[in-house]
Design a protein around this ligand. Sequence first.
Ligand SMILES: C[S@@+](CC[C@H](N)C(=O)[O-])C[C@H]1O[C@@H](n2cnc3c(N)ncnc32)[C@H](O)[C@@H]1O
Length: 241
Amino acid sequence: MTASRDKSVSSEETKGEKRIRKIRSYVLREGRLTKGQQRALEEHFPNMGLEYQEQPYDFEAIFGRKAPVVLEIGFGMGKSLAEQASIERDKDFIGIEVHKPGVGACLVLAEEYDLTNLRVINHDAVEIIDKCIPDNSLDRIQIFFPDPWHKKKHHKRRIVQTEFCQKLHKKLVKGGILHLATDWENYAEYMLEVLNPMEEFKNLSETGDYVPKPDSRPLTKFEARGQRLGHGVWDLMFSAK
Ligand SMILES: C[S@@+](CC[C@H](N)C(=O)[O-])C[C@H]1O[C@@H](n2cnc3c(N)ncnc32)[C@H](O)[C@@H]1O
């Protein structure tokens, strides 16, 4: 199968003779932009959007101040991210999402909340982490309800993997927080299997597994519905050693 036909592969890179195939943690959904999303992208992406670049961003220049920076990977439609940025105005937020309508939806909310402490990126988070995020620069990284990739043969496409978490660790300040949440118990267990043995992180759970939902994570509409239907949600929090 060629790289372009295999949807799990985002690109093929050649390093000397060795070919490195990158696993993709998402499927790019075809999705039309609503008029509101289109308008928000046109009006606000020039000021609130960050493009992929080959060098690390300068957060102080981007936000015009020095403040703790929170990064969210895969923010979906941005509801909880925008709400959080509106509550925690003393922090700066960066959200990464590959799905363009989601980026538009988040910018609609950014306008509603009149946010100045949020920037959005429409690109693969794996590449953004590799190239654009400076080391020791983030106070918190959050990944809420990442795509669960239910089938065992697809588990390699889950974004939470040892190598990726090692990269995330490099981006966090010492004591910085990695916060994960999922509504899929098998993925919650998988996250624990990846993170608990890593010496770079300390699990903040008193029982060595999950933490109660922290106030810093606003409830999403999807999650509230799940709660009414009796579905579980698992929060995991680790601090960077
Ligand atoms: C199941 S959704 C959850 C969205 C949101 N966090 C929520 O709780 O409603 C997972 C999201 O992660 C995004 N995603 C997956 N892999 C990504 C990647 N490598 N870079 C950026 N976004 C990604 C998907 O496009 C999708 O919107």
